[in-house]
Design a protein around this ligand. Structure first.
Ligand SMILES: Cc1cc2nc3c(=O)[nH]c(=O)nc-3n(C[C@H](O)[C@H](O)[C@H](O)COP(=O)(O)OP(=O)(O)OC[C@H]3O[C@@H](n4cnc5c(N)ncnc54)[C@H](O)[C@@H]3O)c2cc1C
Length: 417
């Protein structure tokens, strides 16, 4: 791998930057691998990276029907936090935050992780009670989260209005200082480059159309638009289309798929220092390093595979943002887009072995899986390599929807992020 450093940048500058190599190869698929990952988003590429680095599995490939990072990884609003309520979730999401903190150094790729703080506004007594319950639960799990008065919240994020005249007065806020954002594309590119350097084949424009099984039911490989590929292990990391891919192996997933939208404004100078979310008004906002206000909307009310979403959902979100931040009323929106999110009944993911030997699934991240990318990939790689779950993902089974051991984070996902 061509390493990035100040010195390499200087050296390349001397030769007019003509010496940079492609960051990953575009190999032809081989006839067989030791393992296949379906889906070259952050979770899939990360899984391949950890399989190669920590489990020595280098004869592996990641297949994507489009371009790498073109799914939800490249479509999300990049919010990272770990202030979830239940012990299982706190362990999973904080595992990810700890990996985020060193990811740029680990990958030798600047993923622009920015722990600028995530502030959740309380507008009602109910909000106060819910957030304080989260704060206590988080602290018991060693996850940072603290309560701020309205004045302290304004001091942390000056654009917040805290007057009593407001329609939704801010009466306090929960702050996770270690939360923040990262550059989503860079996460996919960084994992891809590092995995490729260890010999992982990343094969784009290669849609999986069938999953092959032997007479005993075990996975033997996949059929793709670029031919048959054999492998004894297949990991499905195809957010938005998990149900479609898993149906190829005869499995019905407890998932519903919805379009989720986001939008950005025209770029302006730095005006917004952190991430702010309001569950009650249903809006969240941050500012990218390019200067755009990054705004997340909600899911459509109906299931669909169209990567667009209804206009009224975006309009509602902008009404909420203007209600919270009147100073943004005259901003113009630059563009909006959608992605398909797979939602489980308890709003927690599935990271597990399946009833089909050799078939593993990592899905159901709903509106909030970007924040988990390195942690999810790390424990999923463990699960695929050892054919048993890591202790962190052990509770995130498919069977919990049959057995009732739900991890109900619906409140944590009240705003889609
Ligand atoms: C608008 C929006 C905003 C969001 N905001 C946030 C946020 O602020 N914070 C947060 O934590 N999360 C957020 N999320 C959720 C987050 O983006 C996802 O949970 C996460 O990125 C999923 O990553 P992934 O790698 O699993 O999936 P993806 O990046 O979607 O990758 C899956 C890949 O599978 C491929 N695939 C599908 N079917 C096939 C097939 N048959 N053959 C081959 N390949 C296939 C797709 O092409 C795709 O590239 C948001 C999502 C959206 C849509």
């Amino acid at each position: 791998m061509q390493r990035f450093s100040a010195l390499s940048l200087f050296r390349q500058g001397l030769s007019g930057h003509r010496g940079w190599r492609a960051q990953w190869r575009s190999p032809e698929p081989k006839a067989a691998y030791d393992a296949l990952i379906i889906g070259a988003g952050g979770h899939g590429l990360g899984t391949a990276y950890y399989l190669a680095r920590e489990h020595g599995m280098r004869n592996i490939a990641v297949l994507d029907r489009g371009w790498l990072g073109g799914g939800n990884t490249g479509r999300n609003t990049t919010i990272i936090r770990s202030n979830y309520l239940f012990d299982e979730s706190a362990a999973l999401y904080d595992h990810a935050v700890k990996l985020w903190e060193g990811l740029s150094q680990t990958l030798n790729y600047n993923v622009m992780f920015s722990p600028r703080g995530v502030l959740m506004l309380a507008h009602t007594v109910h909000d106060v009670q819910v957030f304080q319950r989260h704060i206590h639960a988080n602290r018991l799990n060693g996850v940072d989260n603290e309560w701020l008065s309205a004045e302290e919240a304004k001091a942390y994020c000056p654009p917040i209005e805290i007057g009593r005249h407001l329609r939704y007065p801010v009466i306090g806020a929960a702050l996770q200082r270690r939360g923040g954002t990262a550059r989503h594309d860079a996460v996919a590119w960084g994992f891809a480059r590092a995995a490729d350097a260890m010999g992982v084949d990343i094969i784009e424009n290669c849609a999986v159309t069938a999953i092959h099984r032997d007479a005993a039911g075990a996975v033997t490989g996949v059929e793709t638009t670029r031919g048959t590929i054999r492998a004894p292990k297949v990991g499905v990391v195809a957010a938005g289309h998990t149900s479609v891919v898993m149906a190829m192996a005869g499995l019905r997933m407890p998932l519903e798929s919805y379009p989720l939208q986001a939008l950005v404004s025209e770029p302006v100078k730095p005006v917004f220092p952190c991430v702010v979310m309001s569950n009650t008004i249903h809006a969240y906002i941050s500012q990218s390093d390019k200067g755009e206000l990054v705004i997340g909307a909600g899911t459509d009310a109906y299931t669909s595979y169209s990567q667009r979403g209804g206009l009224h959902i975006s309009s509602h979100t902008l009404e909420a943002i203007c209600e919270l931040f009147p100073m943004f009323r005259r901003m113009r929106m630059l563009r909006n887009w959608g992605g398909i999110v797979d939602v489980t009944p308890d709003r927690s993911p599935i990271i597990a072995k399946t009833s089909v030997p050799g078939l593993y699934v990592n899905s159901g991240w709903g509106t909030g899986g970007f924040k988990a990318t390195p942690g999810s990939a790390h424990v999923f790689a463990w699960t695929m390599a050892k054919d048993e779950p890591h202790r962190i993902n052990a509770p995130f089974t498919i069977e919990r929807f049959r057995d009732g051991l739900l991890i109900d984070e619906a409140a944590a996902a009240a705003v889609a992020h």
